[in-house]
Design a protein around this ligand. Structure first.
Ligand SMILES: Cc1ncc(COP(=O)(O)O)c(C=O)c1O
Length: 458
């Protein structure tokens, strides 16, 4: 336990810098209806007479879901007050049976692994080069193997990178597999020209969104959208099983406001996308590599809401903080900012960001790298329940991980339970620990970095 400042103090102090990260309202645009005024306390309700029930909506909440579905052109929509995590869990558990076989992007958020643990699935990971989104050929190669029950692409990635996955969806469906797209970072997609297409356009079965990540909606608001093949009855059952039975009506009202806004127009995204393309060009002229610009010029899909500037990210983050900006994420390879129309930045604001970045600096340790998956000897579900032992990181190589280890952000597990902790994974963890990265799942009791491994002697 650390003493000192209260949570309220901490919230006050972060307001001194402009946050270029989530939530998508950036603390600038009200994510609740203006009519509320000072009524927030009175509106902080949960299911009671006249307010419908999120678990079986037949009234006002049913109307919000219908509006949300219509705003996205989806067959149905389920509202989540548990971010994108609940849509990922409930949606994927509705699509794959216990013990099923699942193909998933290796850079998936830990919620996909959590679903695999709950479902007892065998996961076959699909990898892209150096942690980039896997290309279509990589997905199709995996799809030509044993038939998966479920395919889980990540689109767009945390850095806003994506590919046109229509051929992957078509091939998955041709093989009788279901497709859930984790589009936690893609609630705004398809809303305007200049943004990558929404994954519903590919005919997927389900799409999971974290509305708050890129749109002006209260934090923790999420959405699960149905395509033509979604098994609605099963999805309802899983949503009910996993959701809180005391949903916050503040969050639900924020979603209602957003559904109306999305149906009403582009929300400023057309202008914003054009502005960000200018920012990419200005940075490139000054000698910076902008990840999204490089990706887009290679003919792929890049989300203008993310700005990743390559270079020694920790130094760049310091430069930005000195100028009053707080980045979303910084690592040895670069710094990532999240922006959007709700930020309200004009060209002078972006000039200040560009000035703050200063002159290009080389990355601290070459291109960011991500260890390749090692062979799995147990399913994730079996590994987390196996007898386990704690070992120092130095003695962990080639042992079997008993728990996931996740650097946060971005919340992508680097070690997966049931897989060997390869020399590469151990090296990655050592480097990250030395840089002070927040590593969830390691044990630092007594000053030593230790991990949980399956106890082979037990
Ligand atoms: C790709 C991805 N999926 C799912 C989630 C879970 O979203 P939430 O934090 O809204 O529950 C995240 C969170 O960062 C994410 O990045």
């Amino acid at each position: 336990m650390t003493g000192g400042a209260s949570l309220a103090d901490a919230l006050r102090s972060v307001q001194s810098r402009q946050r270029l990260h989530m939530p998508g309202h950036f603390g600038r645009v009200s994510p609740v209806p203006a009519a509320w005024g000072a009524q927030a306390a009175a509106w902080d309700q949960t299911e009671s007479m006249g307010l419908d029930a999120l678990s079986l909506p037949t009234g006002v909440l049913e109307a919000v879901s219908e509006r949300a579905a219509a705003a996205y052109g989806a067959r149905a929509a389920w509202l989540s007050v548990q971010g994108a995590t609940l849509p990922v869990l409930a949606g994927s558990l509705a699509l794959a049976a216990p013990g099923g076989r699942v193909l998933a992007d290796r850079r998936s958020h830990r919620s996909v692994l959590a679903a695999a643990i709950l479902g007892g699935w065998q996961v076959d990971w699909v990898c892209g080069e150096a942690g980039d989104p896997p290309d279509v050929a990589a997905w199709l190669r995996k799809l030509s193997g044993p038939r998966p029950d479920l395919v889980v692409p990540l689109y767009p990635s945390y850095e806003g990178l994506g590919r046109d996955l229509a051929p992957v969806v078509a091939q998955a469906h041709a093989r009788g597999s279901r497709v859930l797209v984790d589009a936690a970072h893609g609630s705004h997609l398809g809303r305007a020209a200049g943004l990558p297409p929404h994954p519903l356009a590919w005919g997927v079965d389900l799409v999971a969104h974290g509305l708050h990540k890129t749109e002006p909606v209260l934090t923790q608001a999420g959405l699960l959208l149905a395509g033509p093949g979604a098994p609605a009855v099963l999805v309802w059952e899983w949503m009910r099983r996993l959701a809180t039975s005391s949903p916050s009506y503040l969050l639900l009202a924020s979603m209602e406001q957003y559904a109306e806004q999305r149906a009403a127009g582009d929300g400023g995204w057309i202008r914003f996308a054009a502005q960000m393309h200018d920012v990419w060009e200005q940075l490139a002229q000054r000698g910076w590599q902008v990840r999204q610009r490089v990706w887009s010029r290679a003919g792929q899909l890049a989300d203008p809401a993310k700005l990743t500037v390559e270079g020694d990210g920790l130094r760049l983050a310091e430069r930005l903080r000195r100028a009053g900006f707080e980045p979303e994420h910084a690592d040895a390879a670069g710094v990532t900012l999240i922006a959007g129309p709700a930020l309200g930045f004009d060209s002078r604001d972006w000039d200040r960001v560009i000035e703050a970045l200063g002159d290009p600096v080389a990355p601290a340790s070459g291109r960011a790298w991500w260890p390749a998956p090692a062979p799995a000897v147990l399913s994730p579900a079996a590994a987390v329940r196996a007898p386990r032992r704690r070992v120092g990181l130095g003695a962990a190589a080639e042992r079997v991980a008993a728990a996931e280890i996740t650097p946060y952000p971005p919340g992508v597990p680097v070690a997966v339970p049931g897989e060997h902790l390869s020399g590469e994974v151990v090296q990655w963890l050592e480097e990250a620990a030395a840089r002070g990265v927040r590593l969830e799942g390691v044990d630092t009791e007594g000053g030593e970095v230790a991990v949980w491994v399956v106890d082979g002697d037990a």
